[in-house]
Design a protein around this ligand. Structure first.
Ligand code: ADP
Ligand code: MG
Length: 491
């Protein structure tokens, strides 16, 4: 099997901590039942409810593929929006000049400059900066959010070294704007926000042209730049990865949220009302919106009920980084309340939504010590709880259950897209290699998640995997967005 996972091998990191009594942060549970047996009914039921055996995964892959077809047939036909991106041409390698990428994802905002030198010189120079988005801007007004972005962009451009970056005379600086939320694209350089996801709820934006919002803010900051391509991070990843590998057909993001984009044959898109039905175009699946046949537990339901986008994006809520830690927290809380997971107390921090993050699960699962020292210290530092070895083991079991389900479901989604591509192109059947470009910190930094995803691919694709490569293409979405600005330059 030539399935290639090209992610870096990670070494566990062990932090240092001070142990002191923090009893004031506990709620005394007088009604807690003592349960010293090694079984825990909450955990056992949760594991059962999260189970995704191969036939179940096959159902999920088929249901995703059905919704892909439904979404390609008519607008709103299925859970997956299957958005037309207006990107028909992926980068060829001939692109030249100075271009920019702006990336508004979830946790961070990134800005990048790229000096492209054509086929021979490729990327001559590139510079980037990452800025975390203040929490209050995620739920503020569009003027505040875009004003912040424009201000950061202005200071980035002001720092530019003239010798390294050169803008051709008479040209404006052109931007590829990666806006990683569901957008109804109206042309390559305009689109309206369909809905916020990933905890964002910025007022005055839904139904508005996101490029116009950015343009207004840039103008207000005296910035003479123009957005030439509005893309999604999946499209950016696909375009950036294609720059160095022409077999890349799919771009998948597994970070705060999740999405996938792929190269589709125009003749397979009934809703595409264009004269030409030949050639290919990029489809942004918005697969995070898939919400059928998923193994939803009571914990998923409760988390969903408390989310700003209730009832929506259930697939995203099971497989992406923003939510895995929160699901684990909810399970642990119930284990605490119904059995004495952490003794007779329920730690206050365990009752705080999103206090336990996916990064923490990852750190705990990397613990190879006999007494699960790292697990103990993560629990102490994050949840302010002293956990004995039995409790630590149970916590790891909960993490593993959630991460296994997430990774396997993500794998089923990739299979659905691979099979859809194969249905239209028969490329794998004819011996052609197909590459899936992966990005996002969840995929990059969580080895167990990657492994579970790989297991699902092996189970569902078997021998067909011999022509498929899963490639970790770190941070290429910025390059991809800049390349698409070049491909769609007005000059
Ligand atoms: P975004 O999706 O916001 O563009 P990233 O791709 O950097 O940004 O993803 C950030 C998300 O990845 C975080 O919200 C977190 O859920 C997850 N993540 C970050 N670091 C780790 C880690 N070490 N292990 C597992 N997941 C992580
Ligand atoms: Mg991102």
């Amino acid at each position: 099997m030539s399935l290639m996972f090209t992610s870096p091998v990670l070494t566990p990191t062990i932090g240092s901590f001070t142990f002191s009594s923090r009893r004031s942060n506990y709620i005394v549970m007088s009604a807690v039942r003592s349960n010293s047996a090694s079984t825990c009914p909450v955990l056992t039921k949760f594991q059962k409810d999260c189970d995704t055996p191969t036939p179940y995964l096959r159902n999920v892959a088929n249901a995703i593929a059905d919704d892909m077809r439904a979404g390609l047939a008519v607008e709103g036909g299925g859970d997956l929006d299957m958005i037309l991106t207006y990107v028909d041409a992926l980068p060829s390698g001939n692109e030249e000049g100075l271009f920019y990428a702006l990336d508004l994802g979830g946790t961070n905002f990134r800005v990048r400059s790229v000096q492209l030198g054509g086929k021979k010189k490729r990327v001559i120079a590139t510079e980037s900066e990452q800025i975390s988005i203040p929490q209050k801007l995620m739920i503020g007004t569009s003027e505040e959010l875009f004003g912040f972005i424009a201000a950061k962009l202005a200071s980035f451009v002001a720092k530019e070294k003239p010798g390294r970056f050169q803008l051709e005379e008479g040209r404006k600086r052109e931007i590829g704007f990666t806006f990683s939320f569901p957008v109804k694209q109206t042309s390559i350089d305009s689109g309206t926000l369909i809905k916020w996801t990933k905890g964002f709820k910025v007022s005055g934006m839904e139904g508005k042209n996101v490029v116009a919002c950015l343009n207004e803010a840039m103008e207000a900051h005296g910035l003479d730049m123009r957005v030439s391509a509005l893309v999604n991070d999946g499209v950016g990843t696909l375009a950036g990865a294609r720059y160095s590998d022409e077999d890349v057909m799919i771009g998948v993001i597994l970070g705060t949220g999740t999405n996938a984009c792929y190269v589709e044959q125009k003749h397979a898109i009934p809703k595409l009302q264009s004269k030409s039905s030949s050639g290919t175009t990029i489809i942004n699946t918005e697969w995070g919106g898939f919400s059928k046949v998923l193994p939803q537990t009571i914990f998923d339901q409760e988390m969903d009920a408390n989310s700003p986008n209730r009832g929506e994006h259930l697939y995203e809520k099971m497989i992406s980084g923003m939510y895995l830690g929160e699901i684990v927290r909810r399970v642990l809380l119930q284990m605490c309340e119904t059995s004495d997971l952490f003794g007779q107390f329920v730690p206050v921090k365990l009752s705080t939504p999103f206090e336990l993050r996916t990064e923490h699960l990852c750190k705990m699962q990397e613990d190879t010590t006999d007494d699960l020292q790292t697990v103990g210290s993560v629990l102490y530092n994050i949840l302010e709880v002293e956990a004995n070895l039995n409790a630590r083991r149970r916590v790891v079991e909960v993490c593993d259950t959630v991460v296994k389900r997430g990774g396997r479901l993500a794998g089923a989604g990739i299979v659905a897209i691979l099979e859809k591509i194969e249905e239209e192109t028969k490329r794998m059947g004819s011996g052609k290699r197909t590459v899936v470009a992966m990005d996002g910190a969840l995929y990059e930094k969580y080895p167990q998640y990657r492994q579970y995803m790989q297991d699902a691919l092996v189970e569902l694709l078997g021998d067909k995997l011999s022509h498929i490569a899963i490639k970790h293409t770190k941070d290429v979405s910025g390059l991809g967005a800049a390349l698409l600005a070049a491909t769609n330059s007005i000059y």
